[in-house]
Design a protein around this ligand. Structure first.
Ligand code: ZN
Length: 216
């Protein structure tokens, strides 16, 4: 099996003294995992997280760890690494993608939103991270609906969001259950609690880096 496409390098872990296991997020095949031979010792063109480039990925058997050939085209992180908070947002997003997305399942919207996030982080817009995480939740099947109250349909005085349905609840409808509902507005605290449910549902844990992102 062979795949040729483009993508963003989101993870690189040493495998042995010479080689690394890489994860590349692609528009058409989702996350691909494979070996990058010589990636740990390359003197020039060393692969780096946050590069955008062209790749070929091949595996003799479907179940095998594939092997990448990677040609970086540009580095999307040059501005991001100058800004510690933007860098934390990028690394957290990459950590979440590698932990939560199944291999070789396409998420084209999330892919283009991730490129958009990197663009925004490059100009210091760290609030873009929250928007990205809301889209991530939606793409994973946990859409948050803040358009109207789940109880009475009101569009004003929305004060809570239901942990169970992800839908908004107004002050009046929510009052009897206030201790069981999350408070609006949506912030990293609220999305973090939904994200944690997703991680637990998948039998995993919240990626440690995500816990370092402060609630605004
Ligand atoms: Zn209501």
């Amino acid at each position: 099996m062979k795949i040729e496409t483009s993508g963003v390098l989101i993870a690189l872990h040493p495998f042995n003294e010479r080689d690394c296991v890489a994860r590349i997020f692609t528009p058409d095949c989702g996350v691909l995992v494979g070996m990058m031979r010589g990636a740990a010792v390359a003197r020039k063109n060393r692969p780096m997280i946050g590069q955008y480039g062209n790749l070929s990925w091949g595996a003799r058997l479907d179940s095998q760890l594939g092997v990448f050939h990677w040609e970086a085209e540009k580095n999307l992180t040059a501005q991001i690494i100058m800004n510690p908070r933007a860098l934390l947002c990028m690394n957290t997003a990459f950590e979440i993608l590698q932990n939560l997305l199944p291999e070789r399942e396409a998420y084209p919207i999330l892919y283009s939103e991730t490129l958009g996030l990197l663009n925004n982080l490059s100009v210091g817009d760290v609030n873009a991270y929250l928007k990205w995480e809301i889209i991530l939740l939606r793409e994973l099947g946990y859409a948050l609906d803040l358009s109207s109250c789940a109880g009475c349909g009101a569009v004003n005085d929305l004060a809570y969001i239901s942990p169970r349905t992800g839908r908004a609840v107004c002050i009046a409808c929510g009052a009897p259950y206030a201790d069981k509902l999350y408070k609006l507005p949506i912030n990293l605290g609220v999305t973090g609690r939904f994200l944690e449910s997703v991680c637990v549902a998948q039998g995993g844990q919240m990626p440690p880096m995500r816990k370092m992102l402060k609630i605004d």
